[in-house]
Design a protein around this ligand. Structure first.
Ligand code: MF3
Ligand code: CO
Ligand code: CO
Length: 292
């Protein structure tokens, strides 16, 4: 809880070394006001310091460079294991660590999710990228102790118009989510614009899997749903860092987890699914994209 008994001349809880009255006192008043009207409010732990945000930004640069390398080399005929190798090698060369490897038992360095795979696809020698495929490459880098998480879609050669549209709308969904990310707004504002856009295009949004706080750890609070309503869920405050990563299905929203590998999520109806992901910080005036 953010309420505290700090004196106005005490040094601020954020660790800036500044007096509370010159630092987070106004911030805490806004938070308390939201809390009194029944909103969920961020804990101190969810508020990153400027130094921490600098660290996440640096991790984001490495993560972006890794995704750029994938973008330059991915092509039909390649296996998803080759994507894994590109990610592992490039990350290492740049001084980073691939967060997925061994994360809760995940066996590879990156997630590669093809067509009706929603997320958490495991790179494999057996999965060859074919002309017409859509594939998500989800990359998370640890650099100097900080985490950045982002993913992009890639289209293999000539892709059906319908599938191309799905990929574009999933991209657009992240863009409208970014625009809705504002200090003193609400997390639900993001879910509202994302689900409105998906619905307007005849698509659905996966409910069970969402975004997350990120930076000091891979998955932190808050959990970020994309089927929420405007003005609900957590108050957004400067210093929060989380991902926007809605999974958009061409068909129904229902999904299941592969019971052999216990990781890969598929659409129940076999329809294609697309996802882009950014790591974003809430700032005093709006937001800053730290990884994409
Ligand atoms: N990068 C994914 C996310 O966006 C998480 C992958 S967990 C892993 O949250 F273990 F599969 F890598
Ligand atoms: Co993520
Ligand atoms: Co990710």
């Amino acid at each position: 809880m953010l309420f505290n008994k700090l004196g106005r001349n005490d040094s601020c809880w954020c660790g800036s070394g500044k007096k509370y009255k010159f630092c987070h006192e106004e911030f805490d008043k806004k938070v308390m006001a939201a809390k009194l009207t029944g909103h969920k409010v961020p804990t101190h732990k969810m508020i990153k310091t400027p130094e921490q945000i600098d660290g996440i930004r640096e991790a984001g640069k490495v993560n972006n460079a890794v995704l750029d390398e994938v973008a330059a080399r991915i092509k039909p005929g390649m296996t998803t294991l080759e994507i894994d190798n590109i990610v592992a090698e490039t990350t290492k060369k740049l001084g980073g660590i691939c967060a997925p490897l061994n994360y809760e038992g995940f066996p590879k360095s990156v997630c590669t999710s093809l067509n009706d795979q929603v997320c958490h696809g495991i790179p494999s020698e057996e999965d060859v990228l074919e002309e017409g495929d859509i594939v998500n490459v989800d990359c998370t880098t640890i650099y100097k102790g900080f985490y950045a998480d982002a993913s992009r879609m890639f289209m293999m050669g000539e892709v059906d118009e319908d599938d191309r549209h799905l990929v574009e709308i999933a991209h657009e969904a992240v863009k409208v989510g970014i625009e809705a990310t504002k200090p003193w707004g609400y997390l639900g504002d993001i879910g509202q614009v994302v689900s409105d856009l998906a619905k307007a295009n005849g698509y659905s949004v996966v409910r069970e899997i969402g975004g997350h706080g990120v930076g000091i750890d891979f998955h932190e609070d808050p959990w970020v749903s994309y089927v929420t309503k405007k003005g609900t869920d957590y108050l957004l405050a400067p210093g929060m860092v989380f991902t926007i990563e809605p999974m958009i299905n061409a068909g129904e929203p229902d999904v299941f987890v592969d019971d052999e590998n216990d990781w890969t999520v598929y659409t129940e109806d076999g329809s294609y699914s697309a996802q882009w992901e950014v790591t974003i910080a809430v700032t005093e005036n709006g937001n800053e994209i730290l990884a994409w």
